[in-house]
Ligand binder design. Structure first.
Ligand SMILES: NC(=O)c1ccc[n+]([C@@H]2O[C@H](COP(=O)([O-])OP(=O)(O)OC[C@H]3O[C@@H](n4cnc5c(N)ncnc54)[C@H](OP(=O)(O)O)[C@@H]3O)[C@@H](O)[C@H]2O)c1
Length: 284
Protein backbone atom coordinates (compact mmCIF):
# COMPACT_ATOMS: atom_id res chain seq x y z
CA UNK A 1 0.00 0.00 0.00
CA UNK A 2 1.37 3.39 -0.89
CA UNK A 3 1.80 6.07 1.71
CA UNK A 4 -0.32 9.04 0.76
CA UNK A 5 1.18 12.42 1.67
CA UNK A 6 -1.00 14.80 3.68
CA UNK A 7 -1.62 18.55 3.50
CA UNK A 8 -2.12 20.46 6.75
CA UNK A 9 -5.09 22.81 6.50
CA UNK A 10 -5.10 26.29 8.05
CA UNK A 11 -6.78 25.02 11.25
CA UNK A 12 -4.26 22.21 11.74
CA UNK A 13 -6.47 19.40 10.36
CA UNK A 14 -4.63 17.10 7.95
CA UNK A 15 -6.13 15.92 4.68
CA UNK A 16 -4.68 13.15 2.46
CA UNK A 17 -3.38 14.69 -0.76
CA UNK A 18 -5.02 11.96 -2.79
CA UNK A 19 -8.67 11.10 -2.18
CA UNK A 20 -11.51 9.26 -3.86
CA UNK A 21 -14.35 11.14 -5.60
CA UNK A 22 -17.78 9.61 -6.10
CA UNK A 23 -19.64 12.01 -8.41
CA UNK A 24 -21.85 10.05 -10.85
CA UNK A 25 -21.54 6.83 -8.86
CA UNK A 26 -25.11 5.60 -8.33
CA UNK A 27 -26.10 5.16 -4.69
CA UNK A 28 -26.41 1.39 -5.06
CA UNK A 29 -22.88 1.15 -6.49
CA UNK A 30 -21.26 3.63 -4.13
CA UNK A 31 -20.83 1.18 -1.25
CA UNK A 32 -18.80 -1.25 -3.37
CA UNK A 33 -16.69 1.52 -4.94
CA UNK A 34 -15.96 3.19 -1.60
CA UNK A 35 -15.16 -0.11 0.10
CA UNK A 36 -12.81 -1.07 -2.76
CA UNK A 37 -11.12 2.32 -2.52
CA UNK A 38 -10.61 2.13 1.25
CA UNK A 39 -9.35 -1.45 0.99
CA UNK A 40 -6.90 -0.29 -1.71
CA UNK A 41 -5.56 2.35 0.69
CA UNK A 42 -7.55 5.57 0.15
CA UNK A 43 -8.38 7.34 3.38
CA UNK A 44 -10.25 10.36 1.98
CA UNK A 45 -13.69 10.21 0.32
CA UNK A 46 -15.36 13.14 -1.47
CA UNK A 47 -19.14 13.11 -1.85
CA UNK A 48 -21.90 15.75 -1.94
CA UNK A 49 -25.60 15.95 -1.17
CA UNK A 50 -26.39 16.41 -4.86
CA UNK A 51 -24.55 13.18 -5.82
CA UNK A 52 -27.38 11.36 -4.03
CA UNK A 53 -24.98 8.66 -2.90
CA UNK A 54 -24.28 9.67 0.70
CA UNK A 55 -26.17 6.57 1.92
CA UNK A 56 -24.09 4.19 -0.24
CA UNK A 57 -20.90 6.08 0.61
CA UNK A 58 -21.61 5.69 4.33
CA UNK A 59 -22.30 1.97 3.87
CA UNK A 60 -19.01 1.52 1.99
CA UNK A 61 -17.15 3.30 4.77
CA UNK A 62 -18.60 0.98 7.40
CA UNK A 63 -18.11 -2.15 5.28
CA UNK A 64 -14.42 -1.37 4.81
CA UNK A 65 -13.94 -1.76 8.55
CA UNK A 66 -11.40 1.06 8.94
CA UNK A 67 -11.85 3.19 12.07
CA UNK A 68 -13.83 6.36 11.38
CA UNK A 69 -11.08 8.57 12.82
CA UNK A 70 -8.63 7.20 10.24
CA UNK A 71 -10.85 8.42 7.41
CA UNK A 72 -11.38 11.89 6.00
CA UNK A 73 -14.96 12.38 4.81
CA UNK A 74 -16.02 15.42 2.78
CA UNK A 75 -19.53 16.36 1.75
CA UNK A 76 -21.05 19.53 0.29
CA UNK A 77 -24.07 21.76 0.74
CA UNK A 78 -26.20 21.80 -2.38
CA UNK A 79 -27.59 24.98 -3.91
CA UNK A 80 -31.16 24.36 -2.88
CA UNK A 81 -32.68 24.93 0.52
CA UNK A 82 -34.66 28.04 1.19
CA UNK A 83 -34.85 30.13 -1.94
CA UNK A 84 -31.56 31.96 -1.68
CA UNK A 85 -30.13 31.29 1.79
CA UNK A 86 -30.75 34.75 3.20
CA UNK A 87 -31.29 35.66 6.85
CA UNK A 88 -31.93 33.29 9.74
CA UNK A 89 -34.12 31.06 7.55
CA UNK A 90 -31.18 30.58 5.17
CA UNK A 91 -28.82 29.66 8.02
CA UNK A 92 -31.40 27.26 9.48
CA UNK A 93 -31.77 25.62 6.06
CA UNK A 94 -28.00 25.09 5.90
CA UNK A 95 -27.96 23.44 9.34
CA UNK A 96 -30.86 21.21 8.38
CA UNK A 97 -29.16 20.20 5.07
CA UNK A 98 -26.03 19.35 7.07
CA UNK A 99 -28.05 17.18 9.49
CA UNK A 100 -29.54 15.39 6.51
CA UNK A 101 -26.08 14.64 5.09
CA UNK A 102 -24.84 13.31 8.44
CA UNK A 103 -27.89 11.10 8.77
CA UNK A 104 -27.44 9.67 5.27
CA UNK A 105 -23.72 9.11 5.77
CA UNK A 106 -24.39 7.51 9.15
CA UNK A 107 -21.73 9.52 10.93
CA UNK A 108 -21.84 12.18 13.62
CA UNK A 109 -19.27 14.50 12.03
CA UNK A 110 -17.62 15.23 8.71
CA UNK A 111 -13.98 16.10 8.30
CA UNK A 112 -14.74 18.78 5.74
CA UNK A 113 -17.97 20.55 4.75
CA UNK A 114 -17.99 22.67 1.59
CA UNK A 115 -20.32 25.25 0.05
CA UNK A 116 -20.71 23.51 -3.33
CA UNK A 117 -21.18 26.63 -5.53
CA UNK A 118 -21.02 30.33 -4.61
CA UNK A 119 -24.06 31.48 -6.68
CA UNK A 120 -22.80 35.07 -6.58
CA UNK A 121 -26.03 36.35 -8.16
CA UNK A 122 -27.80 35.63 -4.83
CA UNK A 123 -25.15 37.33 -2.72
CA UNK A 124 -25.89 35.07 0.24
CA UNK A 125 -22.82 32.85 0.57
CA UNK A 126 -21.49 35.03 3.42
CA UNK A 127 -24.68 34.23 5.32
CA UNK A 128 -24.23 30.53 4.59
CA UNK A 129 -20.68 30.82 5.88
CA UNK A 130 -22.01 31.97 9.28
CA UNK A 131 -23.87 28.66 9.59
CA UNK A 132 -20.68 26.83 8.56
CA UNK A 133 -18.81 28.65 11.34
CA UNK A 134 -21.36 27.30 13.81
CA UNK A 135 -20.80 23.72 12.56
CA UNK A 136 -17.06 24.21 12.98
CA UNK A 137 -17.48 25.61 16.50
CA UNK A 138 -19.73 22.66 17.40
CA UNK A 139 -17.08 20.22 16.15
CA UNK A 140 -19.53 18.60 13.76
CA UNK A 141 -17.39 19.73 10.82
CA UNK A 142 -13.67 19.42 11.61
CA UNK A 143 -12.89 21.87 8.82
CA UNK A 144 -15.02 24.10 6.59
CA UNK A 145 -14.31 25.27 3.09
CA UNK A 146 -15.78 26.21 -0.25
CA UNK A 147 -15.95 24.95 -3.80
CA UNK A 148 -15.96 26.82 -7.10
CA UNK A 149 -15.26 30.15 -5.37
CA UNK A 150 -13.36 32.87 -7.22
CA UNK A 151 -11.08 35.51 -5.73
CA UNK A 152 -13.93 38.00 -5.40
CA UNK A 153 -16.06 35.66 -3.31
CA UNK A 154 -13.11 34.58 -1.15
CA UNK A 155 -12.27 38.22 -0.53
CA UNK A 156 -15.82 38.92 0.59
CA UNK A 157 -15.59 36.06 3.10
CA UNK A 158 -12.34 37.52 4.47
CA UNK A 159 -14.22 40.81 5.00
CA UNK A 160 -17.24 39.28 6.70
CA UNK A 161 -15.72 36.45 8.77
CA UNK A 162 -12.64 35.70 10.79
CA UNK A 163 -12.64 32.08 9.59
CA UNK A 164 -10.68 31.71 6.35
CA UNK A 165 -11.89 28.73 4.29
CA UNK A 166 -9.57 25.76 4.82
CA UNK A 167 -9.81 24.76 1.18
CA UNK A 168 -11.33 25.67 -2.18
CA UNK A 169 -12.26 22.73 -4.42
CA UNK A 170 -12.19 23.83 -8.07
CA UNK A 171 -11.87 22.37 -11.55
CA UNK A 172 -8.16 21.86 -12.10
CA UNK A 173 -6.08 19.67 -14.42
CA UNK A 174 -3.24 20.30 -16.91
CA UNK A 175 -5.66 21.72 -19.50
CA UNK A 176 -7.03 24.17 -16.91
CA UNK A 177 -4.35 24.66 -14.25
CA UNK A 178 -5.79 27.71 -12.40
CA UNK A 179 -2.43 29.48 -11.94
CA UNK A 180 -3.85 32.76 -10.60
CA UNK A 181 -6.30 31.19 -8.18
CA UNK A 182 -3.63 28.85 -6.83
CA UNK A 183 -1.31 31.78 -6.16
CA UNK A 184 -4.16 33.61 -4.40
CA UNK A 185 -4.89 30.54 -2.25
CA UNK A 186 -1.21 30.23 -1.30
CA UNK A 187 -1.14 33.89 -0.28
CA UNK A 188 -4.13 33.40 2.04
CA UNK A 189 -3.42 29.93 3.48
CA UNK A 190 -6.19 28.17 1.57
CA UNK A 191 -5.48 24.65 0.26
CA UNK A 192 -6.29 23.96 -3.38
CA UNK A 193 -8.25 20.81 -4.19
CA UNK A 194 -8.72 19.68 -7.80
CA UNK A 195 -12.02 18.36 -9.09
CA UNK A 196 -11.99 16.44 -12.37
CA UNK A 197 -8.24 16.00 -11.76
CA UNK A 198 -8.04 13.52 -14.67
CA UNK A 199 -10.01 15.80 -16.99
CA UNK A 200 -12.94 13.39 -16.56
CA UNK A 201 -10.91 10.68 -18.30
CA UNK A 202 -11.43 12.34 -21.70
CA UNK A 203 -9.05 14.09 -24.17
CA UNK A 204 -6.48 14.89 -21.49
CA UNK A 205 -5.54 11.24 -21.05
CA UNK A 206 -4.81 10.94 -24.80
CA UNK A 207 -2.55 14.02 -25.02
CA UNK A 208 0.56 12.90 -27.00
CA UNK A 209 3.05 14.71 -24.69
CA UNK A 210 1.46 13.02 -21.67
CA UNK A 211 1.53 9.64 -23.41
CA UNK A 212 5.26 10.15 -24.08
CA UNK A 213 5.95 11.06 -20.44
CA UNK A 214 4.00 8.02 -19.27
CA UNK A 215 6.06 5.77 -21.56
CA UNK A 216 9.28 7.32 -20.34
CA UNK A 217 8.43 6.50 -16.71
CA UNK A 218 6.71 3.18 -17.38
CA UNK A 219 3.47 4.58 -15.94
CA UNK A 220 -0.04 5.32 -17.21
CA UNK A 221 -1.11 8.82 -18.27
CA UNK A 222 -3.52 8.94 -15.33
CA UNK A 223 -0.62 8.27 -12.96
CA UNK A 224 1.46 11.00 -14.61
CA UNK A 225 -1.40 13.50 -14.24
CA UNK A 226 -1.95 12.58 -10.59
CA UNK A 227 1.80 12.82 -9.95
CA UNK A 228 1.65 16.33 -11.49
CA UNK A 229 -1.09 17.29 -9.01
CA UNK A 230 0.92 15.98 -6.06
CA UNK A 231 4.13 17.72 -7.16
CA UNK A 232 2.09 20.94 -7.63
CA UNK A 233 0.95 20.80 -4.00
CA UNK A 234 -2.64 20.28 -5.08
CA UNK A 235 -5.04 17.80 -3.42
CA UNK A 236 -6.64 15.50 -6.02
CA UNK A 237 -9.79 13.37 -5.76
CA UNK A 238 -9.93 11.12 -8.85
CA UNK A 239 -13.09 9.10 -9.37
CA UNK A 240 -13.33 5.57 -10.77
CA UNK A 241 -15.71 2.68 -10.41
CA UNK A 242 -13.16 0.32 -12.03
CA UNK A 243 -11.24 -1.61 -9.35
CA UNK A 244 -8.00 -1.75 -11.40
CA UNK A 245 -8.10 2.03 -11.96
CA UNK A 246 -8.95 2.69 -8.32
CA UNK A 247 -5.68 0.95 -7.43
CA UNK A 248 -3.73 2.46 -10.35
CA UNK A 249 -4.69 5.99 -9.33
CA UNK A 250 -3.30 5.46 -5.86
CA UNK A 251 -0.01 4.03 -7.07
CA UNK A 252 1.74 7.31 -7.84
CA UNK A 253 4.72 7.16 -5.51
CA UNK A 254 8.13 5.90 -6.63
CA UNK A 255 8.65 8.22 -9.59
CA UNK A 256 9.24 11.92 -10.05
CA UNK A 257 8.38 14.22 -12.95
CA UNK A 258 11.46 16.20 -13.96
CA UNK A 259 11.67 19.77 -15.27
CA UNK A 260 11.31 18.63 -18.90
CA UNK A 261 8.19 16.64 -18.02
CA UNK A 262 6.69 19.58 -16.14
CA UNK A 263 7.37 21.95 -19.06
CA UNK A 264 5.75 19.53 -21.52
CA UNK A 265 2.71 19.16 -19.25
CA UNK A 266 2.44 22.95 -18.87
CA UNK A 267 2.39 23.28 -22.66
CA UNK A 268 -0.82 21.21 -22.85
CA UNK A 269 -2.79 24.01 -21.13
CA UNK A 270 -5.83 24.99 -23.19
CA UNK A 271 -7.53 27.32 -20.69
CA UNK A 272 -10.79 25.50 -21.38
CA UNK A 273 -13.05 24.28 -18.61
CA UNK A 274 -14.97 21.00 -18.75
CA UNK A 275 -17.55 22.22 -16.25
CA UNK A 276 -19.61 25.41 -16.00
CA UNK A 277 -18.17 28.81 -15.13
CA UNK A 278 -19.02 29.19 -11.41
CA UNK A 279 -19.66 32.91 -11.78
CA UNK A 280 -22.87 32.26 -13.70
CA UNK A 281 -23.84 28.84 -12.40
CA UNK A 282 -27.17 28.72 -10.54
CA UNK A 283 -28.56 25.25 -11.04
CA UNK A 284 -30.93 23.89 -8.43
N1 LIG B 1 -17.05 20.53 -6.44
C1 LIG B 1 -17.52 20.32 -7.65
O1 LIG B 1 -18.28 21.13 -8.20
C2 LIG B 1 -17.14 19.07 -8.36
C3 LIG B 1 -17.39 18.93 -9.73
C4 LIG B 1 -16.99 17.76 -10.37
C5 LIG B 1 -16.36 16.75 -9.64
N2 LIG B 1 -16.13 16.90 -8.28
C6 LIG B 1 -15.45 15.86 -7.47
O2 LIG B 1 -14.24 15.48 -8.12
C7 LIG B 1 -14.23 14.08 -8.33
C8 LIG B 1 -13.41 13.72 -9.55
O3 LIG B 1 -13.86 14.42 -10.70
P1 LIG B 1 -14.64 13.69 -11.91
O4 LIG B 1 -15.34 12.50 -11.42
O5 LIG B 1 -15.42 14.76 -12.59
O6 LIG B 1 -13.50 13.32 -12.95
P2 LIG B 1 -12.06 12.62 -12.93
O7 LIG B 1 -11.76 12.03 -11.62
O8 LIG B 1 -11.13 13.59 -13.55
O9 LIG B 1 -12.27 11.47 -14.02
C9 LIG B 1 -13.17 10.40 -13.80
C10 LIG B 1 -13.32 9.63 -15.12
O10 LIG B 1 -12.05 9.14 -15.51
C11 LIG B 1 -12.08 7.73 -15.62
N3 LIG B 1 -10.84 7.23 -15.04
C12 LIG B 1 -10.50 7.21 -13.73
N4 LIG B 1 -9.28 6.69 -13.56
C13 LIG B 1 -8.82 6.37 -14.79
C14 LIG B 1 -7.61 5.79 -15.25
N5 LIG B 1 -6.65 5.43 -14.41
N6 LIG B 1 -7.46 5.61 -16.59
C15 LIG B 1 -8.46 5.97 -17.45
N7 LIG B 1 -9.60 6.53 -17.06
C16 LIG B 1 -9.79 6.73 -15.75
C17 LIG B 1 -13.30 7.27 -14.84
O11 LIG B 1 -13.85 6.10 -15.41
P3 LIG B 1 -14.44 4.85 -14.57
O12 LIG B 1 -15.13 5.38 -13.37
O13 LIG B 1 -15.37 4.21 -15.56
O14 LIG B 1 -13.27 3.97 -14.23
C18 LIG B 1 -14.24 8.46 -15.02
O15 LIG B 1 -14.94 8.37 -16.23
C19 LIG B 1 -15.73 13.75 -8.45
O16 LIG B 1 -15.98 12.37 -8.34
C20 LIG B 1 -16.28 14.58 -7.33
O17 LIG B 1 -16.04 13.95 -6.08
C21 LIG B 1 -16.52 18.05 -7.65
Amino acid sequence: MSTIPTVTLNNGVRIPQLGFGVWQVPDDEAAAAVRTAIEAGYRSIDTAAIYENEVGTGQGIRQAGVAREELFVTTKLWNSGTADWTGQAGRDAVLSAFDDSLRKLGTDYVDLYLIHWPRPMHGSYANVWQAFEQLLADGRAKAIGVSNFGQEQLTRLFETSSVVPALNQVELHPHFPQHELRAFHAEHGIATEAWSPLGQGKELLAEPPLVAIAEKHGRTVAQVVLRWHLQSGVIAIPKSVTPSRIKENLDVAGFELDADDLAAIAATETGKRLGPDPQGFDWN
